[in-house]
Design a protein around this ligand. Structure first.
Ligand code: GAP
Length: 442
């Protein structure tokens, strides 16, 4: 459920802090602007998203392999990729409304923003480079400048030949990576939507130039499949063809996939045709041959690239926004995160009805120990059952199992469904089969 309002966003942010999804970074020191820490449930949610992505795009495919490269690469990488080029080190201003950036010398600062038309929204001009600079080495004066990577993509280009030689892939094939990227955004904001440190899941899919349109369409469909898997409502997703003058320096076609966040419709993911811009540039900058020779046809060429790119943090945020619901039940209200079951941080919560009845606690512990072998579970014996249900609803747990006095008599437990709130009695010996059926794919 997405309600377009700042109020909804504030409720989500507050729930995330209270329940342990996302905390303000470095909070005991007054925080650090736009830095966020994932708490226990946020970490589970984020890991579930990353693992599912890896399964869908790497594990289940013969034509995509994964790498995990260094965050700091040789600075020459960023020269060759164009990230250190003049376009990134000019004084820029950014429109606070639409986040478009403009070179100061191309703009009258008193005019409305050429992109969204709003007045008075420009930031102060700043000498701006998107890459985050750091220094390597321990001896003062001998340190050399380096950059934290601005996108995970470059490692897939730089390692292209190594992967080819070690893994005997044939074009078309892809290299995938999940990891952190860093950018000196001038105006980060909107919670975890735009930060200076974030995570990406990217695929560089190497193709023959003549196939680019077919492959572009194919990958767009794959991305739609992924968003279905995340449970995002198609009505909240929009595809925006990016005009030539708006595209990144390397792209010949880009589609931005936008999502209706509570603070507006904004970019969630992107799909780009990067031509052979990167491999070609790395070839001329490094002097290394970056071409591919097909072992069957003997054709030799520098492959072109289709790049589906997915922000991890924006995935988490979209799933949170989509799942957040407030419901009236009789005279009461509940807040529930209706996560798709396969994404829920906790799959099953196990409760002894009463904390001070040792036979109930013992039985509950036995059941909990058995279920946690297969599923992420939580044991809770605090407060009354109603309160425990509400807490699990707020963290999106699909099932709660309660051990009560009947359990000791007839070896059954109550299983309560998050969405319907219906309760049914299930024989303990059948619990594994029950969850095998109800949590398939988790
Ligand atoms: N390799 C291509 C690339 O990096 P991008 O559109 O600049 O393209 C890809 O970034 C994705 O990374 C975006 O669609 C978004 O999901 C995520 N992303 C980019 N900048 C971000 C930021 N400052 N904070 C959080 N996520 C970001």
């Amino acid at each position: 459920m997405v309600i377009n309002s700042q109020e909804t966003m504030e409720k989500i942010v507050s729930l995330c802090k209270r329940r342990g999804f996302v905390y303000p970074g470095s909070e005991i020191y007054g925080g650090l602007a736009n830095s966020w820490d994932y708490g226990p449930y946020g970490t589970e949610l984020k890991n579930n998203i990353k693992q599912a992505w890896w399964k869908m795009f790497v594990k289940r495919r013969d034509d995509v392999v994964g790498i995990d490269a260094a965050l700091i690469m040789n600075p020459k990488v960023w020269e060759a990729s164009g990230h250190l080029g003049a376009g990134f080190s000019d004084p820029l201003v950014e429109c606070r409304n639409c986040h478009e950036r403009f070179k100061v010398d191309q703009l009258n600062l008193k005019d409305p923003c050429p992109s969204c038309g709003k007045k008075g929204m420009f930031t102060e001009p700043r000498q701006f480079n998107v890459l985050m600079k750091t220094f390597l080495g321990v001896v003062e004066g001998e340190k050399s400048a380096a950059y934290l990577r601005g996108e995970t993509a470059q490692a897939m280009f730089v390692d292209f030949k190594l992967v080819l030689n070690s893994n005997r892939q044939r074009v078309p094939f892809g290299i995938a990576q999940i990891g952190k990227a860093f950018r000196n955004e001038i105006t980060p904001g909107n919670y975890i939507f735009r930060t200076r440190e974030f995570e990406q899941m990217e695929i560089e899919y190497f193709i023959r130039a003549k196939d680019w349109k077919k492959q572009f369409d194919y990958w767009l469909e794959q991305m739609k499949g992924w968003m279905d898997f995340l449970g995002l409502n198609k009505k909240h997703i929009h595809f925006r063809e990016i005009a030539e003058d708006e595209r990144a320096h390397y792209s010949k076609r880009t589609i931005d996939i936008e999502y209706d966040f509570p603070f507006g419709t904004k970019e969630l993911y992107g799909l780009a045709y990067r031509t052979n811009f990167d491999l070609k540039n790395h070839q001329s900058a490094s002097g290394q041959d970056m071409s591919y020779t097909d072992p069957v046809t003997n054709e030799k060429f520098i492959p072109h690239v289709i790049e589906p790119t997915f922000g991890v943090d924006r995935s988490v945020l979209a799933v949170l926004c989509e799942s957040y619901a407030e419901e009236k039940i009789k005279d009461d209200e509940r807040v529930v995160l209706r996560f798709p079951k396969h994404l829920a941080p906790i799959k099953i919560a196990v409760f002894p009805l009463l904390k001070n009845k040792s036979e109930l606690v013992k039985k509950a512990q036995e059941i909990y120990d058995d279920l946690r072998e297969k599923y992420m579970c939580e044991f809770d014996d605090n407060g009354n059952i109603g309160k425990r249900y509400r807490r699990q609803d707020e963290i999106g747990t699909p099932y709660c199992v309660t051990i009560d006095f009947d359990t000791l008599e007839n070896k059954t437990v109550t299983v309560r469904d998050r969405d319907t709130m219906k309760q049914e009695r299930v024989v303990i010996a059948d619990l594994n089969t029950f969850f095998h059926d109800h949590l398939s794919g988790c």
